[in-house]
Design a binder for this molecule. Sequence first.
Ligand code: DX5
Ligand code: ZN
Length: 217
Amino acid sequence: MSHTIIAPSVLSLDYARMNEQLKEVSESGAEWLHFDVMDGHFVPNLTFGPDILKGFRKASDLYLDVHVMIEKPLFFAEKFLSAGADNYTFHYEVMEDAESIRQLSGIVRSQGKSVGISIKPDTDVSVLKPFLKDFDVFLIMSVEPGFGGQKFMPASLDKIRTLRFWLDEEGIQAHIEVDGGINGTTGKLVKEAGADVLVAGSYIFGGNIKEAVMSLA
Ligand code: DX5
Ligand code: ZN
């Protein structure tokens, strides 16, 4: 399997020290920046829109991993892609049917960008099985989406193992990304289970950025 990619979540960034912290992130070995978009409907919180993403595009050379926790991912796809998203991950739970899921995946890929699909803790991993070839990233939520700083849910480990087994079985090299409650201890568990992209917010920005990233890699 490929090496571990660390994706610091800018939800936990100290915005009063944004440039300083982004510089530390870029020197830490982290490769992706995880950008959580929340609409106040799909999740009970609000965060950033495409214009803020444009600011990150200017401020950082890192790969911009956009995770949209919104009800209308089709409507916003183009806006985030042209604002600088390298990967666009949307939620399975908001999609009407298999056709609309493949349609949106196709739109993102037709622009040469990476596309991901995410499931919440209560969604069974089996819903992803029909879409193994349609996505570059499978994002397993290990907390209820909406807020940083929550406790890791160990039930996500079985989902990761199952998904990695299915992908290997089909010879597909997609990323399995985990989001929520990742720290030095839980990071090790998700890597053992087969995840290769680790999102971490409070763990990375709550202390020494470089040390935290190195402890996850
Ligand atoms: C939660 C977000 C996460 C969040 C993770 O809805 O999707 O990306 O930033 O934060 P921590 O690492 O603090 O659990
Ligand atoms: Zn996220």
